[in-house]
Design a protein around this ligand. Sequence first.
Ligand code: ZN
Ligand code: ZN
Length: 379
Amino acid sequence: MTNSAHLISFRKELHAYPEIAGQEKSTADRLKRFIAAYKPDKVIDRIGGHGIAFIFKGKVPGKKIMFRADLDALPIKEISEFDYRSVFSDRAHLCGHDGHMTILAGLAEELNNNRPLKGEISLLFQPSEETGEGAALVLHDDKFTGSIKPDYVFALHNLPGFQASSVIINENIFSSASVGLTVCLHGKSSHAAEPAMGNSPVKALSRLLDAVQTIQEGKESFKDFVLGTIVHISLGEKRFGTSPEYGEISMTLRAYRDEDMETLKTEILDAVKQICEREKIRFEYEWKEEFLSLENAPYPVEIIKRAARVSGFKIIRMDEPFKWSEDFSHFAKKFPGAMFGLGAGTGQAALHNPDYDFPDEIIQSGIDILMNIYRLINE
Ligand SMILES: [Zn+2]
Ligand SMILES: [Zn+2]
């Protein structure tokens, strides 16, 4: 059993010095220094950017298991006043990735105290989870493919709103596919008194708004839940003499299933093309922050349930996937794996809220269940 005071102070150190996606250099350095004391058999750094992995090898062959944590913080100002609050005014660990990292660091300590007998354990700290880019970067890096060949992959995410240290399980799809879409509309400006002399994108914009609504309500096209959320619109300038030339619309598309996401993307893009053709508006578009649907595999889910029971944690089964997205989906597509939620307490602020903070009381629970996952697979 780990005495967790040093882990809590490490978590607070990570919390005080957050780095956002793609910039996690000093966070990776802190992990490297901290985990070096626990004598990993191998350290691989700079994977897919600032990603870093620590490998603990057993004495005899067995299953290779990878546990994943995430390095990045969010570009949001923290409003909490505690002494370990973010030293930066424009970024903070408001998704608890500081806690996830600490759980894996604590697992490294346990693995040093009880050197694994069978198989191999990789602790992977991936960059850029929040932008949906990091997992793919890691998976395409030769340093990853050459050294880490997991039989099973696991990850956890802390979940406010659930009893502390409860284990939240989805048997099938854990979280949704999502993607951002920005469409830029170019018409022709004119005097506001003579809008017909130009071609404002306003009509195309308003038709597009209707189309996004109609498409997502088209139940016959989709097997399961889909959602299109308009996140930003702009049109012209506050110049009262001018009918605008330029408009822009951004939306986030979500679906439980990848195939529904493909249908949704196609239908929205077809609508953009048709509307712009009819309104004689030139357009371009860009997809951003693409996440796949996270599909849990049956055996890893079974192992999580057994590990939760061994650890003595309450299991909460979800009936529906979560509507948010997780970059771990890329790993779960490639290797049999599963993600689960670790309850962060019912009094906690929600993830990404400016007053959220990871609860230190669940660090040891996270370590325990991951250790039990390893043991159950390699017993
Ligand atoms: Zn997040
Ligand atoms: Zn997160």
